[in-house]
Design a protein around this ligand. Structure first.
Ligand code: PEP
Ligand code: MG
Length: 579
């Protein structure tokens, strides 16, 4: 039966193939607890021999790797050299066998790395473990590698070491799914440069992912793995897989540089993220900052809400990793489609219209809102962080939030100086906030506005965003949504208030010409879409299409009118592939 698993996209792309399960032998765990030698010189010779073999492997990999990766693999040589030199010393001084020496050195480094407090250094532990395991493997004279037929397959594994991955690439692997890993791990970086789609699962896989030769689809654009796809699913994916691969290559090139339209309008393309793993690769994906950091993911699977210090630690890491680029932190938007374990199911008769977002933060003010605000205030000095309120419906909600924020800031800094209050933005994702935007902006010191079209669409069309039966109604290109977006953009810009968009609409090819024509030039999209969005931006001349699109938004009577007109503007069916 067709089954879908969700996960984080570590490297974009789509492939259909057999699942090959991969289990790496951890040679470190095979080293006996005590192992001594008499002839230390002979033992050092054994170690040197293993060292040369691993070194040769690395050199071969460097030869076959793309230019951009050579440096990364080269760094393994340095790591290997220092491990071996310390291991030699240990054999000489303690008379331990070579396997034991390598294991001890690995454990020493592992401890040092995990104490470093830097996420980037911690992420290197996987590489270090792989290196130690391979030296020990050579010492134990085991044959290298598995005899699997990898050609055109999708590998499923708990985690994969860089060398195993490169070995797989050489054998023709076309997709990777792992249970653990990080999007900044060496493997993820390599997967992106080799164009191999890679998903790190967030759903717990059931036994069927472990069965070999099962047919599957890896859709590392939407972050899903589908096993046993049905005929319709297969047909759909076969068509798009080939085209997608070609387009992705073009988009990748495009993501690296700032985007300007043909008539020189600068468009900022930021990213929507919800985990540190994603933040680590924001620069690689070409994100011009983070337009929406969804805090609620930190709260989801916990028995208790995170403490102020935990939140502070996450926020400072984000600030550090974003290297001065703007990061918009959204206060936790819990409830409705984002329930959390420690609150349990919210017994609202209609959760989408119930206690969620800012409403829920007030209900749990001491447990949730205050620790979050304190942590934000402390962390905001560490980087370019901005704060945004979710699910605003009324002016009073904004004023209350700002009051609370000001008093907490004063308590923290000991100052009541109003000029030092950092700007706070609001999400416009309810019809009331969109319709009343003029009043909100005139009566509250709102620093910026970010339009959340995912919720705005469900509330405009009264169609639950999670209900598959209503997907025919739920369309963010519906003219009702676009007219409201235009209203919000006009009201904000006429008051000199920055306006952004962070709903999924911002990443849709057809939406780009519309949003730019409506004056919205700050888009926040899923990282996998940055290249595509920038690519489309570069092909547009806004001065030429603005009037036509303005009148389209005024006159269209259904989303079909919009789609038809925009398809002519974009003029390329291919660009609609990844929508
Ligand atoms: C939105 O509603 O458009 C949005 C960006 O927020 P979320 O999808 O997290 O509700
Ligand atoms: Mg929302």
């Amino acid at each position: 039966m067709e089954k879908t698993y969700r996960g984080i996209v570590a490297s974009p792309g789509i492939h259909i193939g057999r699942i090959v399960s991969f289990r790496k032998i951890d040679y470190i765990s095979l080293v006996p607890d005590s192992c001594r030698v008499q002839d230390t010189a002979k033992e050092i010779d054994r170690l040197n021999e293993a060292f040369s073999k691993v070194m040769e492997d690395i050199s071969r990999l460097i030869d076959s790797a793309p230019e951009s990766d050579k440096l990364l693999i080269e760094s393994e040589k340095l790591m290997l050299e220092s491990m071996i030199s310390e291991a030699r010393h240990l054999i000489e001084s303690h008379g331990v066998c070579a396997e034991q020496a390598v294991k001890r050195i690995y454990e020493k480094y592992r401890e040092e790395f995990s104490r470093s407090g830097s996420d980037l250094i911690e992420a290197r532990i996987v590489d270090l473990k792989d290196l130690a395991s391979r030296i020990i493997e050579k010492l134990m004279k085991h044959a290298a590698g598995e005899e699997e037929i990898y050609r055109d397959s999708i590998v499923f594994a708990d985690e994969v070491a860089p060398h195993d991955f490169l070995d797989m690439v050489r054998r023709g692997v076309k997709g990777l799914v792992t249970r653990r890993g990080g999007v900044t791990s060496h493997v993820a970086i390599l997967a992106r440069s080799y164009g191999i789609p890679y998903i790190i699962l967030s759903d717990e896989p059931t036994a069927d992912l472990d069965k070999r030769s099962k047919e599957a689809i890896i859709d590392a654009v939407n972050g899903v793995v589908i096993t046993d796809p049905g005929g319709n699913t297969l047909d759909k994916y076969r068509k798009i897989a080939m085209e997608t691969a070609r387009m992705l290559e073009m988009f990748k090139e495009s993501s690296r540089v700032e985007a300007y339209t043909i008539d020189n309008v600068r468009v900022v393309v930021q990213c929507n993220m919800g985990s540190l793993d994603e933040v680590r690769v924001m620069h690689e994906y070409g994100c011009d900052g983070i337009g929406l950091f969804r805090m609620e993911f930190m709260y989801v699977d916990r028995e208790r809400p995170p403490s102020e210090d935990e939140i502070y630690s996450l926020l400072t890491k984000i600030a550090e990793l974003s290297q001065g680029k703007e990061v918009v932190i959204r206060a936790p938007d819990i409830g409705a489609d984002k329930p959390v374990k420690f609150i349990g199911p919210i017994k609202d008769p209609n959760p989408q219209l119930g206690v969620r977002g800012i409403r829920l933060l007030y209900r749990y003010r001491e447990e949730l809102l205050e620790p979050f605000l304190k942590a934000f205030i402390r962390a905001s000095r560490r980087g370019n962080l901005r704060l945004m309120i979710p699910m605003v419906s009324t002016l009073d909600e904004v004023l209350d939030f700002l009051d609370l924020y000001r008093s907490m800031l004063a308590a923290y800094t000991g100052s009541r100086d109003e000029s030092r209050v950092p700007e706070i933005g609001i999400m416009v994702e309810t019809p009331s906030s969109a319709v009343m935007i003029d009043a909100l902006l005139d009566n509250a010191p709102i620093g910026f506005v970010s339009i959340g079209t995912n919720d705005l669409t469900q509330y405009m069309l009264a169609a639950d965003r999670t209900n598959p039966e209503l997907q025919y109604l739920y369309n963010d290109l519906d003219p009702s949504v676009l007219r409201v977006v235009r209203n919000v953009s006009r009201a904000s810009r006429s008051r000199g208030v920055e306006v952004k968009i962070c709903g999924e609409l911002a990443g849709r090819s057809r939406a780009i010409p519309i949003l730019l024509s409506l004056g919205i030039t700050e888009l926040s999209v899923s990282p996998a879409y940055v290249g595509k969005v920038k690519y489309i931006v570069r092909r547009l001349k806004i001065g030429e299409i603005r009037d036509r699109i303005e009148s389209l938004v005024t006159n269209a009577s259904s989303y079909r009118d919009i789609e038809k007109a925009i398809d002519e503007v974009i003029g390329s069916k291919e660009l609609l592939l990844l929508d």
